[in-house]
Design a protein around this ligand. Structure first.
Ligand code: AMP
Length: 184
């Protein structure tokens, strides 16, 4: 049973690694960013509420994302395990997730921290060219990552759930190190 949370700055390669690992393990890849982008495209109530925050590189309010994750983790395909990508992003979301997993009787989750230096991240994001990847928005997202999300590294280290992987190498090398770290 694999239950994994992916942490790391934007541009660390989280999405790519999380997706391919989930495919290999045949478990759902749950990316809150992907779900929000789809909601935005479909112009659902959630999408409309989230749009301004996403365009500015800010975090969408906890409650919106938490409801989304609770709904998703309650679906039957999560019984075989899951990979969470982009959630939690705040200590408050992490506390929420702990309680949710207890309620759903899902536990034993590990946290993969993909480590990549700042300058590498900025260069990668500028190359990627997604709609929310302009230089100003990138700077804001990194700042938000540092202040809101990076504290989760210590949070999970203290809970002895943290696995660190060097994200500053080729995607293939990251995959190999990741597989070793999770012992698959
Ligand atoms: P991502 O694809 O993970 O970089 O997410 C893209 C955008 O979606 C972020 O910049 C946030 O605006 C929003 N988002 C994704 N996940 C979360 C989350 N867990 N909490 C708050 N906002 C989120």
């Amino acid at each position: 049973m694999t239950r994994l949370i992916f942490l790391g700055p934007p541009g660390a390669g989280k999405g790519t690694q999380a997706k391919s690992l989930a495919d290999n393990l045949n478990i759902p890849h749950i990316s809150t960013g992907d779900i929000l982008r789809q909601a935005l495209k479909d112009q659902t109530t959630l999408g409309i509420k989230a749009q301004g925050y996403m365009d500015r590189g800010e975090l969408v309010p906890d409650k919106l994302v938490e409801d989304m994750v609770a709904e998703r983790l309650g679906q039957p395909d999560t019984n075989s395990g899951w990979i969470l990508d982009g959630f939690p992003r705040t200590v408050s979301q992490a506390d929420f997730l702990n309680k949710l997993l207890q309620k759903l009787e899902q536990g034993g989750e590990k946290v993969v921290n993909l480590e990549v230096p700042d300058d590498v991240v900025v260069a990668r994001l500028l190359e990627r060219g997604r709609k929310d990847d302009t230089e100003e928005v990138i700077r804001r997202r990194l700042e938000v990552y540092r202040t809101e999300t990076a504290p989760l590294i210590d949070y999970y280290r203290k809970r002895k759930q943290l696995l660190s992987v060097n994200g500053n190498q080729s995607p293939e090398e990251v995959t190999t190190e990741l597989e070793t770290a999770i012992g698959s």
